[in-house]
Design a protein around this ligand. Structure first.
Ligand code: NAD
Length: 258
């Protein structure tokens, strides 16, 4: 069989759906990028700092024949987000799915959190979500079709001590998801949210073995989660099988919250 020529490759790229994933150079975001690429999506892989990891992942996926665009943008900066959407649309003609995954975490007593730290936490999780969603929605409304999937956290549902700012931001993502789902329902756009439990990524590198054991003890499935398990649920929410699901929070936590 002959290899598709450049013109065919371009046509194929425009026939596929496109997903934009924020904070996708590592951890859960990188897993989401892999899973979507493997399932026939063009992938816009956003990153802000870890250029080396982002380009490595882009290269890994491109070598397998997947269409991937790694794009550097700090999602808290509106101009950078605007440029990212413009480039993404230019490359793939549309954006069908937005996964708001980027996040930061910090463990600190409430009274020790500085104003800057509080603002940064809200900026990355809430302003970033606002910025990216506001650029995605007009394209989706014009097509009367689209999916927005936000990454909240178990701590946005039940709260975590020493993470009041993180828990607050993650709870806000749930409120945002429900309100936007109501507003965009008539435009056939589904907005959902996943709330992972403790997933084995760099974000949890601070946990020692004892802390991990305590968390596992409280988890009926007796283990931490894997990034791919979050990614697979997000893939499902992006699929046609989930067309009647909107405004929901899917817990991916091994039964930690029952
Ligand atoms: P991670 O730290 O490995 O990945 C987060 C990514 O977001 C990083 O690549 C980081 O550079 C990027 N990012 C941060 N600020 C950004 C900005 N301003 N612009 C663009 N990108 C930015 O963490 P992870 O574990 O993969 O977490 C991914 C998401 O899942 C986060 O929203 C996190 O809060 C959430 N989450 C994680 C867990 C967990 O246990 N790991 C649990 C629940 C929810």
């Amino acid at each position: 069989m002959t290899e598709p020529n450049l013109c065919d490759q371009r046509k194929m790229r425009f026939m596929k759906k496109t997903v934009l994933i924020t904070g996708a150079s590592r951890g859960i975001g990188a897993s989401i990028a892999r899973v979507f690429a493997e399932n026939n999506y063009n992938v816009i892989l956003n990153y802000s700092k870890s250029e080396k990891e982002a380009l490595y992942l882009q290269n890994e996926l491109s070598k397998k024949g997947y269409s991937v665009l790694a794009y550097k943008a700090d999602i808290t900066k509106r101009k950078e987000v605007a440029a990212m959407f413009e480039e993404g649309i230019k490359a793939f003609s549309t954006i069908d799915v937005l996964v708001n995954n980027a996040g930061i975490s910090q463990q600190k007593l409430f009274t020790d959190i500085t104003e800057d730290e509080w603002d940064r936490m809200m900026d990355v999780h809430i302003k970033g979500l606002f910025n990216c969603s506001q650029y995605a929605v007009p394209y989706m409304v014009s097509k009367k079709k689209g999916k927005i999937i936000n990454v909240s956290s178990i701590w946005g549902m039940v709260g975590a001590s020493c993470e009041v700012h993180y828990s607050t931001a993650k709870a806000a993502i749930i409120g945002f998801t429900k309100a936007l789902a109501k507003e965009l329902g008539p435009s056939n756009i589904q907005v959902n949210c996943v709330a992972p439990g403790v997933i084995d990524t760099e974000m949890n590198a601070f946990l020692d073995e004892e802390a991990k054991a305590c968390l596992i003890e409280d988890t009926p499935l007796m283990r931490l989660g894997r990034p791919e398990e979050v990614a697979q649920n997000i893939l499902y929410l992006a699929s046609e099988g989930a067309d009647f699901i909107t405004g929901q929070v899917i817990g991916i936590n091994g039964g930690f919250v029952i």
